[in-house]
Design a protein around this ligand. Structure first.
Ligand SMILES: NC(=O)c1ccc[n+]([C@@H]2O[C@H](COP(=O)([O-])OP(=O)(O)OC[C@H]3O[C@@H](n4cnc5c(N)ncnc54)[C@H](OP(=O)(O)O)[C@@H]3O)[C@@H](O)[C@H]2O)c1
Length: 250
């Protein structure tokens, strides 16, 4: 069977763990050369070894000069980008009344500023028919106690996609939002702190909210990213694809 991303050049930001790592792996299995970013060098090295057909570049997506260096290097090495998965992000919990400026800045810098400039600075490199995928969240469409700043940042991501498909109308570039529900990743379990029992408690609690009765696995999000990246999704543009066991639909 032919591979879905044969010969494509892909970038997965935040590709060292969780959803990004699983997606980088699936992209490579489908024939892409994958650039992976993240801030920690040791995790980058491990991810590159695991993914195989990959290049790791240490980049903090909130630092514009580092994004410039990233795209300069991809430009020199490959000359174009076919798939951009703007996935780096995350969040922590604080209820209204306890929200700090640092909490707001960290969340919006990672999930909103980082995504915006990751995409904008990629534009000169994007090939005809390129696919941009933004990582949203079910939290962008529903309320969660103590998660309002993260939720607002993911609603902003979803709003970016709606307008960017108009800005990119003449480029034949697709933009879609991939919105996971609770997915078993380091980023999710860390919200419960370092204790394994508390982490399992969080996963069990979240699983009980999902119509399918379980949390997602990173590869299940990655499989949807492969679809959006590939020509199978050639007429899918501006959509929000929930991969959440049904959680956002109830
Ligand atoms: N897991 C879930 O349940 C879930 C649900 C909905 C949406 N999401 C979203 O899915 C995406 C991936 O989350 P995950 O659960 O897979 O989390 P994760 O395991 O914590 O992975 C996050 C990745 O992003 C990188 N990263 C974080 N901040 C960065 C920055 N400023 N610049 C560059 N890289 C950065 C991390 O590496 P470094 O720390 O080394 O930089 C890591 O590679 C996030 O956007 C998250 O909001 C997750």
């Amino acid at each position: 069977m032919s591979k879905k991303l044969e010969g494509k050049i892909a970038l997965v930001t935040g590709g060292t763990t969780g959803i990004g790592l699983a997606t980088a792996k699936r992209f490579a299995e489908e024939g892409a050369h994958v650039y992976i970013t993240g801030r920690r060098q040791a995790e980058l090295d491990q991810a590159v070894a695991l993914v195989g057909n990959a290049t790791g570049i240490a980049v903090d997506s909130t630092r514009l000069e580092q994004l410039d260096q990233l795209y300069a290097r991809i430009g020199q090495e490959k000359g174009r980008l076919d798939v951009l998965f703007a996935n780096a992000g995350g969040g922590s919990m604080l209820p209204l009344g306890e929200i700090t400026e640092d909490h707001y800045d960290d969340t919006f810098d990672r999930n909103v500023k980082g995504v915006l400039f990751t995409v904008q600075k990629a534009l000169p490199l994007l090939a005809q028919n390129a696919s941009i995928i933004l990582t949203g969240s079910t939290a962008g469409s529903s309320g969660t106690a103590a998660f309002s700043v993260y939720s607002a940042s993911k609603a902003a991501v979803r709003a970016f996609a709606r307008s960017w498909i108009l800005d990119l109308k003449d480029r034949a570039v697709r933009v879609n939002t991939l919105s996971p529900g609770a997915t078993r990743t380091p980023g999710l379990v860390d919200i419960a702190g370092p204790d394994a029992a508390q982490q399992q408690g969080l996963l069990d609690y979240l699983a009980a909210q999902v119509p399918l009765g379980r949390v997602g696995e990173p590869v299940e999000i990655a499989n949807a990213a492969v679809f959006l990246a590939s020509d199978d999704a050639s007429f899918v543009n501006g959509a929000e694809l929930f991969v959440d066991g049904g959680q956002a639909q109830i």
